[in-house]
Design a binder for this molecule. Structure first.
Ligand code: HEM
Length: 454
């Protein structure tokens, strides 16, 4: 089991953008359905404005309005304008929050306390990296310090995600070793730290610092990747926030108290150390059927309208042309489910899915993913894992800043050392030393932490 930290996955790799309000999808509801704004309307995904007119014979395409590179754009923004709004203009450093209230992130749908805690932590980390670089290069101007610190911070996040976060979610010994090898190669962390890259081979010495490779296809994220990333059941409905000093209750709340504009007052009142402690010692929701958070089924959007994200997730995969569960597996070279009992180890679920779909070929992707038997140590399905493991190396392979340019000339030696020397635990402890005893016995900060006073 992994700590509620898991929910901190930096999901800002993709967004299909703001939907047009006209011509929404209308979801048919049973007469006694309690939905509060009937009929249920779900806005359509915007069209791809770059698509040639009349290209009806091509597969459908959509655009990502965010950056899907490992560039920490969830902190630094995706435009020069957004970046300007978070910089102090001095010594490369960042402001705690944008100085323009119109750019307040709490206005964005999906913003909640977890994303703000993560942003705050890595903003502090950026500023610490600036101090380190300035000590080494005292004459560097603001811009130089900022750009180098950004590279170092983004690479550190990529490393944490590759060798700590992902192995915590798929904690099978083989996948753990494979993911560590993506970063350190078969030579391993110790040898790499002592002798550097021994060879040009990605298998022996890891992807960072090797040659960029697009494998003949420009880097992009597929709709299949978006579909398997729809892991909303990770979000808990109930949150017991506690003090790190003695585990006493700080606040008992539900998800709505932590979402949108409510997040910032909670952060200010309770403070980062106690919140980090609470998240580190709570468990996330399981990514299975019958566990979709109630608050995301009745999610109040910043425009005041309600949205059922469970219905939306199913509809989106259909809308965007992602195949149904069995076809999805076939296209991955996996055996399709023969029948409903073959699909899931839970006989009750098999009956329910049969009742709902009748034909196994019609089962929606998300339903199949959430119903599937999980391999030992996996927090999500084997089918989803096939897509994740592919993208885990692809994101590194294609990124020139993590391959050809992962050098002292681009990052500085101090910057490369910073990435090598740090982990999620060292970042947490640098900014919140009160967490030391909670983290003392955990090897991976994404595993549950020790509860104070126990
Ligand atoms: C913390 C609470 C969260 C809220 C309030 C939230 C809210 C939303 C909303 C409003 C959307 C747009 C739905 C649409 O297509 O109309 C969305 C999409 C999505 N969410 Fe979440 N989400 C949360 C957490 C998560 C987590 C933890 C994950 C994954 C680990 C996740 C993965 C996704 C994905 C993959 C999409 C599709 C993005 C796109 O198509 O552009 N979300 N979410």
């Amino acid at each position: 089991m992994v700590a509620a930290w898991l929910q901190f996955v930096i999901r800002d790799w993709f967004s299909h953008g703001t939907s047009p309000t006209e011509d929404p999808w209308v979801v048919p509801l049973a007469a006694d359905d309690p939905w509060m704004q009937p009929p249920m309307r779900i806005m359509r995904t915007p069209d791809d404005p770059t698509r040639p007119p009349g290209a009806t014979d091509l597969p459908q395409t959509r655009v990502n309005v965010l950056s899907h590179w490992w560039d920490a754009s969830q902190i630094y923004g995706v435009s020069a304008d957004e970046q300007k709004g978070i910089r102090t203009g001095k010594a490369g450093k960042l402001l705690p929050l944008p100085d323009d209230p119109a750019k307040d992130p709490s206005r964005v749908p999906g913003f909640w306390l977890g994303t703000e805690m993560m942003r705050t932590l890595f903003t502090r980390e950026h500023n610490a990296i600036c101090d380190r670089l300035r000590a080494e290069y005292p004459t560097w101007p603001d811009e130089e310090l900022f750009q180098r610190a950004r590279l170092v911070n983004a690479a550190l996040i990529a490393k944490i995600h590759t060798v700590e976060w992902t192995p915590a979610v798929i904690s099978h010994p083989t996948t753990k070793a494979a993911l560590r090898a993506n970063w350190f190669g078969l030579e391993g962390e110790r040898v790499q730290r002592l002798f550097g890259r021994l060879t040009d081979s990605e298998a022996v010495s890891g992807i960072p610092g090797g040659k960029a490779d697009h494998y003949g296809v420009p880097y992009s994220l597929t709709e299949e990747f978006v579909a398997v990333y729809r892991m909303h059941p990770l979000i808990r409905d109930h949150w017991h926030l506690r003090h790190v000093a003695d585990d006493s209750t700080a606040r008992d709340c539900d998800f709505r108290d932590l979402a949108g504009p409510n997040a910032l007052p909670v952060l200010n009142d309770i403070g980062m150390a106690d919140l980090l402690y609470s998240f580190g010692t709570l468990h996330p929701g399981l990514v299975t059927l019958h566990n979709f958070p109630r608050h995301l089924q009745e999610f109040r959007r910043p425009d005041g309208n309600f949205q059922d994200l469970a219905a939306t997730d199913i509809l989106r995969s259909r809308e965007l042309g992602v195949p149904r569960y069995n076809e999805f597996r076939r296209l991955l070279g996996l055996a399709p489910a023969k029948d409903f009992h073959d699909l899931t180890g839970n006989p009750e679920w098999a009956e329910e899915i049969d009742h709902m779909y009748r034909d196994i070929e019609n089962v929606d992707l998300m339903i199949g993913l959430f119903a599937e038997r999980l391999p030992a140590g996996f927090a999500f399905s084997d089918t989803a894992f096939r897509i994740f493991i592919l993208m885990a190396s692809r994101r590194l392979n294609s990124d020139r800043f993590l391959t050809d340019y992962y050098t002292p000339a681009v990052y500085t030696q101090a910057g490369l050392d910073w990435v090598a020397d740090n982990s999620m635990s060292t970042v947490l402890l640098r900014h919140h030393p009160q967490l030391r005893s909670s983290l003392a016995s955990v090897v991976n900060a994404f595993a549950p932490w020790t509860t104070s006073g126990v």
